[in-house]
Design a protein around this ligand. Structure first.
Ligand code: GCW
Length: 670
């Protein structure tokens, strides 16, 4: 009998949200006129050709893509001060009769405008009368790759690193160009190709040639190169006796290194630094502060307009001080001490990229220090690339969180975009989920998280739902019913994971080291603060970590508004209940249930969510490319098994403390 061989010839996800074949569109004009002869204007022509081939609309007019000048401004009635309204990356799109104009002050602005128009076309927005003016709200929108020089990717779940250092600088793989195109299309304008757990070798002349080759490739796409550096580089590379930031020889070493880099890469963005964190060297090794370390590097970069992204992800194995308190205590006293080309990069939450965390109390607490937010696109704690988790909702929650630092409306987004404390230096970082898998991210839906990061970095007022809708139409299908079904999968998908892994504010219960699968019982790691038992503190009486004044007092780091609310379980948002409180198993929840029953119900609800996603995915099958359908279908089967694994392991383990039955109406754990 014939063996059924699966057909893998269909769409494999490589083109991300730039498929241009989900439906066949025509240029929204009779002809195209891209004015200019730079690499970037060539890219613009090429992109329109990819999108439309030779297809033009019936309209007679011309789509003009050209830098702003007085004649264009007058002809398209752009107003006298249009130039003043545009930043260097901003653009306008305006229709006039049958003609349409994309204009900007720079070719990069033209590129962003072109990608915006393509997005409007492929998400089927009306182009009858277009009048758009956009500037990015955050200036430095950077992907952080945690990729090592040997192509291993720390927390990477999509295959080897896309950066092939062995073959660079000569081998300029097509992937680098496609990577740059994808990023430019969503407004990402910076990249760090090396892990923050850095390798000093990156700063050797041999590697800098390779970095230059990459920088040259991405430059016409508006992307700047940044590098993670090892703080001990002066010792490691040139045998200096110390890397003390106050030592003049060390300072000179970095100044010379900066000069060498800018010789090769004149628009180099700057350094990203993980120092005195998880074993990395740093200024603390010499009893110097983070400001001493950051300023030493900032001074070296200053003549070339480079910046330092200095990470605030620091925590020591401190029996006295609970982990979530430490970054705040270390950085708030340094507020005002950093040079003006230093930006402190803070993870969205105070622990570590959990499925849900409150916002980091650092946001709003350093009026004199610009803060960049670090989000994790790769799903270290959210089921790697096998679980479907749309993170647009998580990113939106992180951005919209109201710190109350200057009264209501003091959102994290306003801290990050500089508007709350009037900062010009602004940035946001996303820890990338790319790898050599044909679909780049391991799971087709994980592409949406890269997409959502870029879109929100450009404009944090976009809703997660809007972004999901855009992504679906460009990646999967434009059939309205199918779009609605897929949106109904994506929007609650992250919450399902919260429910079957860490409901009600529980966190860090993943098994040790790899962070995949349940491990709430783990209590034997080298460091107390790596053990899940440190975070849930379940006992015969109850569960949760007391971070009120009676406990670790993490609540004191928040603005008074939140201090008051987090102090009592009744006024703590339910989603964060066990983050801030240790409560008895019989604690009465707002709906009258006991905490134990409610907790168990959440675990079951998360699994039901996965069932719901599976059934919706089956319904959209006729509208999805066969290979994409199949990939997601298989991943959902794995997710289903593992959601049950999480539920059963967690419920049975916590039951050994609660000694209470599974609530009525729920099936027994499998
Ligand atoms: O999330 C944790 C990860 C480490 C990572 C570290 C960090 C790059 O488990 O793999 O190291 O955070 O952000 O520095």
């Amino acid at each position: 009998a014939a063996v059924a061989v699966p057909d893998f010839s269909g769409e494999d996800g490589y083109k991300l949200w730039q498929r241009y074949d989900v439906f066949n569109a025509a240029l929204p004009a009779g002809s195209l006129n891209v004015v200019g002869d730079s690499d970037t204007t060539h890219i613009i022509r090429d992109e329109f050709r990819r999108a439309f081939g030779n297809r033009v609309s019936e309209k007679q007019g011309t789509l003009i893509v050209q830098q702003l000048n007085n004649e264009l401004a007058a002809r398209f009635k752009l107003g006298d001060n249009v130039s003043a309204q545009l930043s260097d990356e901003g653009f306008i799109i305006k229709s006039l009769g049958d003609d349409m104009l994309i204009s900007a002050k720079t070719d990069i602005g033209l590129l962003y405008g072109s990608y915006h128009l393509l997005r409007m076309v492929f998400t089927q927005q009306s182009l009858d009368t277009v009048n758009v003016l956009q500037n990015p709200k955050i200036k430095r929108r950077v992907l952080n790759h945690w990729d090592d020089l040997d192509r291993h990717t720390e927390r990477g779940y999509a295959g080897e690193s896309i950066f092939d250092w062995h073959r660079l600088p000569v081998d300029k793989d097509q992937r680098y160009y496609d990577y740059a195109r994808a990023n430019a299309s969503i407004g990402i304008n910076g990249m760090v190709p090396l892990n923050v757990n850095a390798n000093a070798l990156i700063l050797t002349p041999m590697y800098l040639q390779k970095v230059k080759a990459l920088a040259d490739i991405v430059r016409p796409y508006g992307i700047k190169m940044y590098l993670s550096i090892k703080f001990s580089s002066p010792q490691q590379l040139d045998g200096l006796p110390t890397s003390d930031p106050l030592d003049p020889a060390v300072q000179q070493w970095w100044q010379a290194k900066a000069a060498e880099i800018y010789q090769l890469i004149p628009d180099f963005g700057g350094f990203l630094v993980k120092a005195n964190s998880e074993g990395q060297p740093g200024p603390g090794d010499y009893d110097r502060t983070h400001a001493d370390g950051a300023n030493m590097l900032a001074k070296a970069l200053k003549p070339y307009k480079g910046v330092v992204f200095w990470r605030a992800f620091v925590y020591a194995n401190d029996a006295e001080k609970e982990r979530s308190l430490q970054a705040f205590d270390e950085f708030v006293p340094l507020d005002g001490e950093f040079m003006d080309n230093v930006i402190v990069q803070v993870k969205n939450g105070p622990i570590d990229f959990q499925p849900r965390e409150p916002f980091s109390p650092l946001f709003g607490a350093t009026p004199n220090t610009p803060l960049a937010m670090e989000l994790q696109i790769t799903q270290e704690y959210l089921g790697f690339s096998t679980h479907l988790a749309y993170l647009g909702t998580l990113f939106e929650e992180a951005m919209d969180a109201d710190t109350h630092a200057k009264g209501p409306g003091s959102t994290v987004a306003k801290v990050v975009d500089g508007s709350l404390f009037n900062h010009q230096l602004t940035g946001i970082a996303g820890v990338a989920n790319t790898g050599m898998q044909r679909n780049w991210t391991g799971h087709i839906f994980a592409q949406s998280n890269w997409y959502a990061f870029g879109r929100l970095a450009w404009d944090h007022t976009l809703s997660a739902e809007h972004i999901a809708n855009e992504w679906i139409k460009q990646t999967l299908t434009v059939e309205p019913d199918a779009v609605a079904q897929i949106e109904a999968m994506m929007m609650p998908s992250r919450e399902y994971i919260v429910e079957y892994m860490t409901p009600l504010g529980l966190h860090h219960l993943m098994d040790s080291g790899h962070h995949y699968g349940p491990g709430p019982w783990v209590d034997n790691l080298g460091r107390a603060d790596w053990n899940p038992v440190y975070y849930h503190r379940a006992d015969k009486q109850g569960i949760g970590i007391d971070r009120t004044a009676a406990g670790t007092n993490a609540v004191s780091q928040y603005a008074p508004y939140w201090q008051e609310r987090f102090a009592q379980p009744q006024s703590t948002p339910k989603e964060l209940l066990l983050w801030f409180h240790h409560l008895p198993w019989d604690y009465t929840m707002p709906n009258g249930e006991t905490l134990w029953n409610e907790l168990v119900r959440y675990y079951y609800r998360g699994v039901e969510g996965v069932t719901d996603m599976q059934s919706r995915w089956q319904q959209v099958k006729p509208y999805i490319d066969a290979n994409q359908f199949r990939q997601v279908d298989m991943a959902l089967q794995i997710q289903m098994q593992e959601a049950k694994w999480w539920r059963d392991a967690s419920v049975l383990y916590f039951q050994t403390f609660s000694e209470r039955p599974i609530p009525d109406g729920l099936p027994k754990p499998e």
